[in-house]
Design a protein. Structure first.
Length: 231
């Protein structure tokens, strides 16, 4: 699995550095346009994780690399677990880079005259807290999104898999709505009390645990699907 992770990171290194350069400008414009530091930081993490995942999946289909890789002493199970680990590492690195970017923007803005700095760039407690909160919240949301996307990509490839993804998302949402109505369950009423009791940090920790659990379960499913795929 280490060989798979090293291969992925070497492959994606140049593209990720280029994407982060683009994310710097996107983040600044997002903060400026929405007047929200959290929006810019979340956009940076989202772009890095999703584009990194699609870049790696797209490279698999170039020049027969995916089929050639299986002739090496790497099992299909190691390929899948290595790919999931690579994307998780990209996500963690993206969150850390986004936090560094956010505080760098705040420091630069703090050196400017106060009346020239929009609220989204201002150095204050709200923006300082929003930087790490937005980075890690978006990371866990993106891990959950990757958990839905990767089984389809591992089974069908990035081109066909991304076509099926919207269908799966809509079906999952529709099934949840229909089931809750059929059983007469008010989701807001059922979850509202316990979530309010947990508080913001408790809800965040619970969301992180659920995202990680979903990600690991998705990897286990992808192993089964990838073993059946003909390359």
């Amino acid at each position: 699995m280490k060989a798979m992770i090293a291969s992925d990171l070497i492959t994606a290194r140049k593209a990720l550095l280029q994407m982060f350069g683009i994310c710097i400008f996107v983040s600044i414009f997002m903060i400026w346009g929405t007047d929200s530091m959290a929006a810019g930081i979340a956009a940076t993490v989202a772009m890095m994780v999703m584009l990194g995942m699609l870049n790696l999946a797209g490279y698999d289909e170039m020049n027969g690399w995916q089929a050639f890789r299986l002739t090496l002493p790497i099992s299909r199970s190691q390929v899948v677990w290595g790919r999931y680990a690579s994307i998780a590492l990209v996500g963690i690195a993206s969150a850390i880079a986004a936090i560094a970017l956010g505080f760098a923007i705040l420091l630069v803005a703090a050196a400017l005259p106060a009346d020239t700095v929009p609220q989204g760039f201002a150095w204050n407690a709200e923006n300082a807290e929003a930087v790490p909160a937005a980075a890690f919240l978006s990371l866990f949301v993106l891990l959950a999104a990757a958990a839905l996307s990767l089984p389809l990509i591992m089974r069908f490839g990035v081109t066909k898999g991304t076509r099926w993804l919207p269908v799966v998302i809509v079906m999952v949402m529709a099934a949840g709505i229909v089931l809750s109505r059929y059983l007469g369950i008010d989701i807001e009423e059922v979850l509202g009390g316990p979530l309010a009791a947990l508080g913001p940090w408790g809800v965040g920790a619970l969301g992180a645990l659920l995202a990680v659990a979903l990600y690991v379960a998705s990897a286990a499913l992808s192993v089964r699907l990838y073993r059946k795929r003909e390359l």
